[in-house]
Design a protein around this ligand. Structure first.
Ligand SMILES: [Fe+2]
Length: 254
């Protein structure tokens, strides 16, 4: 399996806090059958800035280390970039790192709302040749309350990534239910772990596919697994046409 969202590189953000931790995360991934993992340190989220060249260097160093340790996992460079006003300018100046040098960029929204400029920036990114992937929309308060916000962004060409732990229920029943609805309405295109450590934010990717197979079917699992593969090898991800979700009240999440 391929995992396109992880905080495995040590000491860059709120993910692995030592080389030892990062090694445990790599082993946890390997145990699940993950052979390629994109490292996506936070960038421009108000707490962390991780420049492209630094990440590329860390990935090289970490892959050498994994090889020495006999871990059968390859790490590829990426970034989880918070949406910000100068993102396109910074991309053009080569400060932004897409996923494994593809045209796909993992974009994070603030957790409580969808900024007014989101639709314009995601559209402009596409004009600049970048395909935005919205990270974990199921955890955004405004999207939970107004799923139409996500529908509009997806209709305009954005993709969305659901976090494995959301569908397995680690973040609670309401997020799990909402995640199922996003899958039903074809509003998400990729499943990834977004793992930060091996304990509180472990790699749930294999469990997530188990849940998806049980709740939906094996073809849904293949759809997501193929999309992750297509994406990291730089080909075009297949997006099923999204359908609109009725606005619902999700009590008890916030
Ligand atoms: Fe993340």
């Amino acid at each position: 399996m391929i995992d396109i969202h992880s905080h495995i590189l040590p000491n860059l953000d709120d993910g692995a806090s030592s080389l030892e931790d990062a090694l445990s995360m790599a082993k946890q991934a390997e145990e699940q059958g993950i052979y390629l993992m994109v490292a996506t340190p936070h960038h421009q989220n108000g707490r962390y800035t991780n420049q492209k060249t630094d990440i590329e260097q860390e990935v090289k160093r970490f892959n050498t280390f994994l090889n020495e340790q006999g871990v059968n996992l390859n790490v590829a460079p990426g970034q989880e970039v918070r949406l910000y006003g100068d993102i396109i300018q910074d991309y053009e100046q080569q400060h932004i790192l897409t996923l494994n040098q593809s045209s796909y960029l993992l974009v994070e929204l603030p957790s409580d709302h969808v900024p007014a400029y989101t639709s314009r920036i995601l559209y402009d990114l596409q004009l600049a040749g970048v395909q935005p992937i919205i990270a974990h929309p199921e955890r955004n308060r405004e999207i939970i309350q107004h799923p139409d916000k996500l529908y509009e962004l997806v209709k305009q060409g954005a993709l969305a990534q659901l976090t494995a732990s959301s569908i397995t229920g680690r973040f609670g029943k309401a997020i799990k239910k909402f995640s199922e609805q996003l899958i039903e309405h074809q509003l998400v295109h990729i499943i990834a772990s977004d793992t930060h450590n091996t304990t509180t934010r472990p790699n749930d990717l294999r469990a997530a596919f188990g849940t998806i197979e049980k709740t939906f079917d094996i073809n849904t699992v293949y759809y997501y697994q193929e999309n992750a593969e297509t994406l990291v090898y730089g080909e075009t991800v297949f997006a099923e046409p999204p359908t609109q979700m009725k606005k619902k009240k999700f009590l008890g999440i916030f």
